[in-house]
Design a protein around this ligand. Structure first.
Ligand code: ANZ
Length: 926
């Protein structure tokens, strides 16, 4: 039979599903390999050809690893809580669970059609109670933990309480809020229950606190920093403003150093690591306290240049600093208030970007430089951010560009503190030494000496010390939305308490509308009678999108467990993800949060490894290839009913319109289909070139609005999944972004047909011979065994595809239909084109290709035993002659001279001398 891809693919997809062919073994003696894809959010649009790119690559790898004898875990699931389903619910009243289910079914159908080897018995859906029960459970563990800086790990909150009981709070070294109290054991004993809970909340790894958040009024929710781009929400593009709210937060800052150190141990693309490093933003410096004149207050600043302290000519507070009001003199009050009002209109990004227009206002108050004893004015300015460092800065105009602008602007003194003008270089390169001047007791010291000396001096005087600061902040964890995990907390006397473990999951209640209440409470406030024990208010915000996705990789190890978090045996075996493939857009979101939760789970003994994802690959984006038609416009720019072909458009005034790429073939417009697609052009005039309407082309993001979305379903129907899989790999290196272009898909399809042909005779009957293979056939086979193995191991999938094509051409030329060759070739191709290979494998009389062994490469078959010698006469190359490489000079010379063609060139002349270089050349001198 000819290559009937549709029937073959359907048959084997069903077989794999029925036989659970890719189910990972729970107890296995085999080595494990865990291949993970970033699971999709099931959107209404379904998959386009860009989505499966990474999935195909990981599937090839997973299938390859199985053939190599590994017990492979290759799961899939859905990140099924989230905003789009909720937005849709708001518009239509449709329950998000219903739309989510519909969308998941579409995704599943599409994924199945591509022939992925997922272990569907481990499927997860983050919005299922059986799953989010454990997301809530993790939240509870975080609430019940604090971070002990002495042991450098999270510990149960009970160990903190023990310490409070035994020795009070003075010696506690914890990652905690700034405003913790210092108390004795006796104080602790006398604290009321509320006071105790309030204090503990300042240590818990998830805590409730008033904080400034990105509030998006249009979406009615708080957004994470990475969901805000240039002051607008990433989804929808609505304005985002800063607002103070009581919020759940995760104390990710406790893990800043471990998150940083861990990056050096994992095999991730360098740009991803760099993005995380920048996000964490470690800087080493000092904190210094400046006493306020005529007051007991001391303002603490964070500086990375403590060596410049003699050059301080003013101090600046962030406009939001909590002491601004109390440190403003009555005379300056109006000016300061006016300035604060101005600041509120600016986003943090604007404030950081406005380097050239530094603004500020004087508080009327002075502070004392603890080192020089000098009196300097206290200002507020919005270039100082409230959330970074201490929200207070010492201004050194001779050391810092912004400070210099500020001082120039407001006529503040500028004191030179280094004898060279290259102060900033000193920090960038501390070996470059400038000498301090005007700097009291550090005059003449080097940079290193000055820093070490000052840090010690400040500490001795009790007015400062060396300090490491991280830019990263704690992660906001609450959202005022419906379609997310309920937070398992209720309130008693204004304080949060956890549910009991056996009360999980706390189910998402039913509500009438998916909107905030009339009084501005989150949608959960609409749930009638929804109270803990009938009387206590539940937390009304839900968890953010990243909650469920931060640990789904862990759940797959023991996906069905509803008794314990995960069977330790399963975790001991699978440990971590060996290969993770997904988009780079998750660098500072999902990938950072997952690492954080994993470290926490490790501290508690649940996780085995410090890092969850050993190797990460970011697949490139598949861009759309848009097509355009050109509409002629009149003088006023109004569209006419005339469309002109691409190369003729210069003669007219036109505007370009996107045209659906599905009605364009090789850039030629199908005019009849176009008239149907846009009926306003049903009677349009088409100006053609060579009888065709040629469309313009541009590479853009693949998007519905650009009509350049290519649906894999259409291609699968036309060519089959095996062709689609190979073609997506053929497009180019996995990591590279590239435009989608179907022009070459035909070639891949023909290749598979040619491959199929090898096993069939002229009449398309399946026939293979059991004859022993020839050397040439073995060479072809072993070349491809080696090449594909090397390619896959270095994740270079595109290069294998062309090698397969070469191999099949060679074998076709050799008219090879030997079982010994073809059977092994089937196994080598199987990870790429699994359906056709499974069919041929079974026609060859075998069962279950997934249990086959990858062929062993034998280098002997590649050893060349012949060489095409270039034959020259008097130094002029005349021809090539194949000679055995075993031949030595004498026999080789004889063979050359015996050759008829050579005799022809000699034309009767008798050779004087023959130069023979083995494996290189033969030169006949006449
Ligand atoms: C004095 C000084 C002199 C500074 C000098 C720099 C150069 P990193 O941590 O590398 O980003 N700073 C501190 N807190 C700030 C805040 N909340 N908002 C804006 N700026 C802040 O940089 C830390 C440096 O940025 C600190 O060192 C401080 O200015 C400023 F020649 O102190 B420096």
């Amino acid at each position: 039979m000819d290559y009937q891809f549709a029937a073959i693919e359907e048959k084997w997809q069903k077989y794999w599903a029925d036989h659970q062919s890719f189910k990972a073994e729970a107890n296995s003696d085999k080595p494990k390999y865990y291949v993970l894809d970033m699971f999709p959010y099931p959107s209404g649009a379904g998959l386009h050809v860009g989505h499966p790119l990474g999935y195909i690559a990981s599937d090839i790898f997973a299938r390859y690893k199985r053939l190599k004898g590994f017990n492979v875990l290759h799961p899939m699931g859905y990140d099924s809580f989230g905003l789009p389903a909720e937005q849709y619910a708001i518009q239509t009243g449709q329950h998000p669970a219903v739309t989510t289910e519909t969308n998941i079914n579409t995704y599943r159908r599409q994924l199945d059609q591509i022939g992925f080897s997922f272990d569907w018995s481990r499927e997860v859906r983050t919005s299922e109670p059986s799953y989010y029960k454990w997301t809530q459970w993790i939240f509870m563990q975080l609430f019940n933990s604090w971070y002990n800086l002495e042991t450098d790990k999270a510990e149960s909150i009970s160990t903190l309480i023990e310490k409070f009981n035994a020795a009070g709070s003075a010696d506690i070294k914890a990652a905690c809020d700034e405003d913790t109290r210092t108390f004795l054991p006796s104080d602790w004993a006398n604290f009321s229950e509320e006071e105790k809970q309030e204090e503990l909340l300042k240590y818990r790894l998830t805590y409730l606190k008033e904080s400034t958040v990105n509030w998006c009024p249009a979406l009615g929710t708080v957004l994470a920093n990475d969901e805000v781009k240039d002051g607008f929400s990433e989804r929808g593009g609505y304005p985002v403003e800063q607002k103070k709210m009581m919020q759940w937060s995760m104390r990710i800052t406790a893990y800043a150093e471990r998150l940083l150190q861990g990056l050096d141990t994992i095999d991730w693309p360098e740009p991803m690591k760099e993005m995380q490093r920048n996000w964490i933003g470690k800087s080493s410096g000092a904190s210094v306290k400046f006493k306020v004149e005529n007051s007991d207050l001391q303002i603490e600043v964070f500086t990375t240049r403590v060596d410049t302290i003699f050059g301080v000519s003013y101090l600046v507070l962030a406009p939001e600093h909590e002491w601004v009001a109390q440190l403003t003199t009555p005379v300056q009050k109006a000016e300061i208030e006016d300035y604060i009002a101005q600041t509120k209109k600016k986003s943090e990004l604007d404030r950081m970007a406005d380097a050239k227009t530094v603004s500020g206002a004087f508080t009327g108050t002075y502070v004392i430089n603890p080192v020089s004893g000098e009196r300097v004015p206290l200002w507020i300015a919005d270039y100082v951010l409230a959330g970074y460092g201490t929200g207070a800065v010492m201004g050194v105009p001779s050391g810092d560009q912004r400070d210099w602008l500020f001082a120039t602007n407001f006529n503040l003194p500028i004191v030179q503190i280094l004898d060279s003008q290259k102060e900033i270089d000193v920090q960038a390169d501390p070996t470059k030494e400038g000498k301090y001047i005007n700097s009291g007791f550090i005059n003449g010291m080097t940079y290193k000496e000055a820093v070490a000396f000052l840090n010690q001096w400040l500490e001795d005087q009790g007015v400062g010390k060396a300090k490491i600061n991280y830019r990263q902040r704690d992660a906001i964890f609450g959202r005022q939305r419906y379609w997310g995990e309920p937070i398992p907390v209720y309130f008693k006397d204004g304080l949060p308490y956890l549910l009991k473990e056996e009360e999980l999951p706390l189910l998402l209640p039913e509500i009438d509308k998916y909107l905030p209440t009339e009084t501005g409470e989150p949608p959960l406030g609409r749930a009638e009678g929804w109270k803990y024990e009938g009387k206590y208010e539940y937390e009304l915000s839900t968890m953010p999108g990243w909650a469920g996705s931060s640990w789904y990789w862990y759940r797959y190890m023991d996906a069905q467990n509803d008794q314990v978090f995960a069977d330790p045996k399963a975790v001991d075996y699978w440990k971590d993800v060996d290969l993770y493939i997904g988009g780079s857009e998750h660098a500072t979101g999902h990938l950072l949060y997952s690492r954080f939760w994993n470290k926490f789970l490790k501290d508690l003994g649940f996780s085995k490894e410090e890092e969850p994802f050993k190797k990460l690959i970011n697949q490139g984006m598949i861009q759309g290839r848009s097509n355009f038609v050109y509409r002629v416009v009149d003088e006023e720019g109004r569209g006419t009913n005339k469309l002109v072909s691409f190369n003729l458009r210069k003669d007219y005034k036109t505007i370009a319109l996107h045209v659906d790429v599905n009605i364009v073939e090789n850039d030629v417009l199908n005019i009849e289909k176009f008239k149907v697609w846009r009926d306003e052009f049903a009677n349009a005039e088409f100006v053609l070139e060579n009888g065709k309407y040629i469309c313009g082309v541009e590479v853009e993001k693949m998007s519905k609005s650009k009509f350049n979305v290519v649906n894999p379903d259409v291609l699968i129907a036309q060519y089959g999944a095996d062709t689609l899989r190979m073609y997506e790999m053929f497009l180019g290196p996995l990591e590279q972004s590239k435009p989608w272009n179907t022009n070459g898909i035909e070639g891949v399809f023909k290749f598979l047909r040619k491959f199929w042909r090898l096993f069939h005779n002229e009449a398309w009957e399946f026939t293979v011979s059991d004859e022993a293979p020839s050397k040439a056939e073995l060479k072809s086979l072993h070349k491809i065994i080696k090449k594909v193995q090397e390619d896959i191991e270095r994740f270079s999938f595109n290069t294998s595809v062309s090698s397969f094509m070469i191999a099949v051409n060679e074998l076709t030329d050799l008219k090879c239909n030997k079982r010994a060759i073809l059977q092994e070739l089937v196994v080598v191709l199987a990870p790429y084109a699994p359906h056709i290979c499974e069919e041929l494998w079974s026609l060859l009389g075998n069962k279950d290709l997934s249990t086959a062994k990858y062929p062993v490469f034998n280098p002997e078959y590649l050893v060349e035993d012949e060489f095409a010698y270039p034959i020259s006469i008097n130094g002029k190359m005349k021809m090539n002659l194949n000679l055995s490489l075993t031949l030595e000079a004498k026999d080789a010379e004889a063979a050359v001279l015996a050759n008829e063609q050579v005799q022809g060139f000699l034309n009767g002349a008798s050779p004087k001398k023959i130069i023979f270089v083995k494996g290189k050349i033969v030169n006949i001198v006449v």
